[in-house]
Write a protein that binds this ligand. Structure first.
Ligand code: AMP
Length: 224
């Protein structure tokens, strides 16, 4: 049975969702002079939006909230609080998803206060409407049931965290694992197959970290 509702998002989906989002912005008549990507999740969508809308100016702001896949830190913070002058410019703040919305709200308030654009609108690929504290001006997809979207740019990070969490729990009763055992249990827990490149890289990471010990070619033992 799946323990964390997860959806594996492909690069192709990202391109088509970003295109759909850009169309909505275009249709609204808003022509941003500058795009601001929320680091790190907004980087790829922001760059694609620039491409689809023909915007040359792209900067970013790092507003961080979630430290671990599907587990949140206490509050959001703005890292690297540099100042730029956006007076007279229409800006578009872009992120991947509005979950709680806290990191975007923090970025929005900081930009309005410190960078002072003429206008600032917010766009996100996805908006989790039942939990979000605000609704972005533009979104491509409304999500009605909370899900962890496994975006391609966090695939290794998420796989490591998901695998660690699964092994720590399942490891209470099972100490020895083969590659097939681990990937099979991972797919049972999360319902997604991230592929060999990511499974193997995550395993290597967890061996280095000391959570797992590789005792022979296809045998891993939980060290903790
Ligand atoms: P939040 O401040 O809660 O709206 O989320 C901050 C950032 O964490 C988002 O921009 C994403 O990069 C990441 N994140 C939060 N929730 C999810 C989710 N359900 N699926 C994938 N990434 C998420």
């Amino acid at each position: 049975m799946v323990k964390v509702k997860t959806k594996l998002v492909s690069w192709d989906e990202i391109v088509s969702w970003s295109y759909g989002l850009a169309l909505k912005i275009k249709e609204s008549g808003y022509k941003p002079d500058i795009v601001i990507a929320v680091a790190r999740g907004g980087y790829v969508p922001a760059r694609l939006i620039c491409d689809f809308l023909g915007v040359e100016n792209l900067v970013s702001i790092q507003s961080q909230h979630w430290t671990e896949a599907a587990k949140k830190a206490e509050r959001a913070i703005i890292k690297f609080q540099y100042r730029i002058d956006l007076s007279g410019m229409k800006a578009l703040l872009v992120d991947d998803i509005v979950d709680t919305g806290e990191s975007l709200m923090l970025a929005r308030d900081f930009i309005l206060r410190e960078w002072k654009p003429k206008e600032l609108r917010i766009a996100a690929l996805q908006w989790i409407s039942p939990v979000a504290k605000f609704k972005p001006d533009y979104y491509y997809m409304e999500v009605k049931e909370w899900t962890w979207f496994q975006y391609p740019w966090t695939r290794l990070e998420d796989t490591i965290q998901f695998m660690r969490r699964m092994l720590l729990e399942e490891g209470k009763t099972k100490k020895e694992w083969s590659y097939k055992d681990i990937t099979g249990k991972f797919m049972e827990w999360y319902g997604i197959d991230v592929g060999e490149l990511y499974f193997k890289s995550a395993l290597e990471y967890l061996v280095k970290e000391g959570l797992l010990r590789k005792v022979c070619e296809d045998k891993y033992v939980l060290a903790k």
